[in-house]
Each structure stands twice: as C-alpha cells, then as structure tokens.
Ligand binder design. Structure first.
Ligand SMILES: [Zn+2]
Ligand SMILES: [Zn+2]
Ligand SMILES: [Zn+2]
Length: 119
C-alpha cells in the first residue's frame, strides 16, 4: 500500500465555499472507508459508501462499513462520484501557516511553501 491515498490535512480545518468550517458529521461523507482520509478521485461503491479510487481493492471484498460484498471486477459495483468530487472542489483548507486555499491544491502547497512559512 505505497500508493497515495486520500488527502491528509492533519488537524487543519476544512472550510466550505462560504468560509465556514465543515462540521465533522458532514465531513465523514467525504472520507474514504479504507484510508479514513478525505477522498481522492471519490468513487461510490454499490453499497453507497465511498472510497478513493486507489484504495478500492482489486478483487472481491467486504465493505468495512456495511459488510456488503463488492466485486470490483463486475460492472456497476463502483463508479466515480462526480457530485462528491464537485463538492470537494469547493472545499478550502486553512493551514497552520496562515495560508488558505483549495483542498485540491493542498499537497502541492504544503510541499513547496508551507514548510518555509512555518519557520
Ligand atoms: Zn482512501
Ligand atoms: Zn458499504
Ligand atoms: Zn501552510
């Protein structure tokens, strides 16, 4: 499991497009059932639970949330969750360094700029 999983924002708050923090209960819908992080390339499984594309097992498995059996080699067992992906495009993260920006820019930003700002 060395591939990148979900977006790990640590303890930084996630904000919606109005700048208000997204509450934990809402945020849970945007977390992967496997890695527990914010969904990357969100997919919905046949059971309705969500996973990152890279976290989806390659063969028959049981959903860790609802225990339903999913066979990803069969059609219609999972699909890209466009509405979830669109919601996540509007999410912002507020970093400890003071930077605030789109969740999807988060990792690039952290690697190249935040470390310097924090010093
Ligand atoms: Zn994941
Ligand atoms: Zn499930
Ligand atoms: Zn930062």
């Amino acid at each position: 499991m060395s591939e990148t999983h979900g977006y790990d924002v640590g303890s930084s708050p996630v904000l919606n497009k109005t700048g208000a923090p997204v509450d934990e209960q809402t945020l849970r819908r945007y977390k992967c059932v496997f890695c527990g992080l914010l969904l990357r390339e969100a997919c919905q499984m046949a059971c309705g639970d969500r996973t990152c594309r890279v976290c989806l097992p390659q063969e028959l498995f049981q959903c860790p949330v609802c225990q339903e059996k999913i066979d990803p080699t069969k059609p219609q067992q999972f699909f890209p969750d466009k509405s979830c992906q669109n919601d996540m495009k509007t999410f912002q993260v507020k970093c400890g360094c003071g930077w605030q920006g789109p969740l999807l820019d988060w990792e690039v930003r952290v690697q190249f700029a935040c470390a310097q700002n924090m010093q």
